[in-house]
Design a binder for this molecule. Structure first.
Ligand code: FPP
Length: 213
């Protein structure tokens, strides 16, 4: 296998997976968490350095309230259930996205995951949560403007590399490979800045059926 440092995944198709089985959409997300746990473990075993998954986009707020709160509950239970395993496997958790508007219990759970894994040196597992690629670029542009106004940055000598440092992914290399399950051939506002040179792999398999193989 080609040397992969950073793999990013758009975990799509949970809803369709559930619908095909006559189940509530949330059941698809539950099943999706099981896939995720397997993929984190395999990424770690394969020696991949960075894994980034799209768990909740800025667009996902348009979904029914029941589904949104179900997704957040799922994240909290994922942390409660998996944190010990993650630490044991030396997995460091990171979050990409705007955290300030997330529910308090979600932020508490995230803080716990970040704190408990901060010294881990194996797989860096990043969860994109309330993440949007354009929002991220705009946020970086605002930071840059503020730095210029303070005399801390110089527009003339500002490079792509400098701008990358203002992203949520400041310390993370760009993804080598972006995988999208569920068959749709687009990026949906995921890692818009970072994906410039990424290889794309789209599979029709729904996320709950996506396996390490
Ligand atoms: C897209 O499927 C998937 C999501 C919006 C959420 C993905 C979340 C998880 C797999 C679990 C929660 C994450 C963590 C980190 C515990 P969709 O609902 O858009 O599927 P559809 O396109 O078939 O409707």
């Amino acid at each position: 296998m080609r040397d992969l440092q950073h793999v990013a995944i758009i975990m799509d198709g949970n809803g369709r997976w559930a619908k095909e089985r006559g189940l509530n959409r949330l059941r698809g997300h539950y099943a999706g968490v099981e896939s995720l746990i397997e993929i984190v473990r395999t990424s770690s075993d394969l020696g991949i350095k960075y894994l980034t998954v799209y768990a909740f986009s800025t667009e996902n707020w348009k979904r029914p309230l029941e589904e949104i709160s179900g997704l957040f509950k799922l994240l909290i239970s994922f942390v409660a259930r998996e944190l010990e395993n993650l630490v044991q496997n030396n997995v460091k958790v990171g979050i990409l996205g705007e955290r300030s508007v997330l529910p308090e219990d979600v932020n508490r759970s995230i803080d716990k995951a970040l704190e408990s894994t901060k010294n881990c040196t194996g797989l860096s597992f990043n969860i994109a949560l309330n993440y949007g690629g354009r929002a991220e670029i705009l946020r970086a542009a605002k930071k840059f403007a503020a730095q210029c106004a303070q005399g801390e940055a110089d527009a003339e000598n500002f490079s792509e590399n400098d701008f990358s440092k203002l992203m949520y992914t400041a310390d993370i290399p760009d993804p080598d490979l972006i995988i999208r399950t569920g068959g749709e051939r687009r990026l949906s506002n995921f890692l818009t800045w970072q994906s410039a040179y990424s290889e794309l792999y789209v599979t029709d398999i729904y996320w709950p059926d996506f396996s390490p193989e």
